[in-house]
Design a protein around this ligand. Structure first.
Ligand code: OGA
Ligand code: NI
Length: 330
């Protein structure tokens, strides 16, 4: 097992901050592009979600996790990756972790009712919801947040398109973010991480998809490693900023952009305080063929990755990182 004790000192990262209300589009695109080339992590502010609503979402998330385990198991994650994920359900870094992540989660995807022609696709379908008598207003709050986070993701995708020299609405089309896979995940971390013994709140990983909008409470824990190949690895904390999202690019966008934009390794260390966060994972349409973007290849820079369908890629990544559902039904 790798020895991480030395590298967990308090290094703090400074990330670019993208202001979505900035009228100077050129300035935003330059700053975003620099962040995407450097480490694929940046803050987003002035996104239009007010703080009271954000506080409400976190309050509701807390209420869910405070339920007895038996109640939470009633909405256990299903085969469409929706619902409750118990502690240790996910294992992101098998090389360095002895067990899974010390976190619980709740996945919420795009609600696709059973009479929709696309409902049977692996990442569409109805969400399980906790009983409205137990958590009144919960579903409404989460659905509203999902909508808002998707709106912000699309605004960021427009800047990303410009940073990639594509038309501003390149990612807006139906086969991309017009009908996306977008999954939010409520998370609660507990306990103290002990890297030298392979215990992590969340193991080192890169996100799978296009980008992730992360909302966190004020408890520090997220770390990034800008150079995965350096030895020893250097980990820097990304401090939470009230009202800001931490946004990062995922492997699918790295692949799509032919390695031009970066997805960066990150992890979470627990310090004993309870920590709540809500990542919102953004992926294009199920059937979107993720193949080298037209502006990211040339005769001297040929595509490095074969094209792959979005849902095929995601299914594979989920399978590699999540426990078999059958373990819960013995
Ligand atoms: C993730 C993740 C970070 C956090 O869920 O992919 O990196 O702070 N989460 O919860
Ligand atoms: Ni992540």
């Amino acid at each position: 097992m790798e020895n991480h004790t030395k590298d967990s000192t308090m290094n703090v990262s400074s990330l670019n901050c993208i202001d979505l209300s900035d009228d100077d589009l050129h300035n935003s695109v330059v700053s975003l592009k620099q962040a995407c080339l450097d480490c694929g992590f940046f803050y987003v502010i002035n996104h239009g979600i007010n703080e009271e609503f954000m506080d409400d979402v976190f309050e509701q998330s807390k209420k869910f996790f405070a339920l007895p385990l038996e109640e939470k198991m009633k909405v256990l994650r299903n085969e469409k990756h929706r619902g409750y994920t118990p502690v240790l359900d996910e294992l992101l870094d098998p090389e360095n972790q002895v067990n899974g992540d010390h976190k619980e989660g709740y996945y919420i995807g795009i609600e696709v009712p059973k009479d929709d022609p696309h409902w049977d696709k692996p990442f569409y379908g109805p969400n399980p919801w906790p009983d409205a008598d137990v958590l009144p207003g919960w579903r409404e709050t989460m659905e509203k947040y999902h909508q808002e986070a998707l709106r912000i993701s699309k605004a960021i995708a427009r800047l990303l398109a410009l940073a990639l020299d594509l038309d501003v609405d390149y990612f807006d089309r139906t086969e991309m973010l017009g009908k996306p896979i977008a999954t939010m995940r409520l998370l609660r971390y507990q306990g103290v991480s002990d890297p030298s013994n392979g215990i992590y709140a969340c193991g080192a990983h890169c996100d799978f998809g296009m980008m992730t909008l992360l909302a966190t409470d004020s408890v520090t824990g997220l770390q990034i490693c800008k150079d995965k190949k350096a030895t020893p690895q250097k980990w820097e904390y990304v401090p939470p900023i009230k009202g800001a999202f931490i946004v990062n690019l995922g492997d699918m966008l790295e692949r799509w952009s032919n390695g031009f934009f970066k997805s960066t390794l990150h992890r979470v260390l627990g310090n004993g305080q309870e920590r709540y966060s809500i990542p919102f994972f953004v992926e294009p349409n199920h059937d979107c063929l993720v193949e080298c973007l037209p502006t990211c290849k040339s005769e001297s820079n040929l595509p490095k990755y074969p094209p792959i369908k979005c849902s095929t890629y995601l299914t594979q990544r989920y399978k590699e990182t999540h426990a078999e559902l059958s373990i819960y039904h013995q």
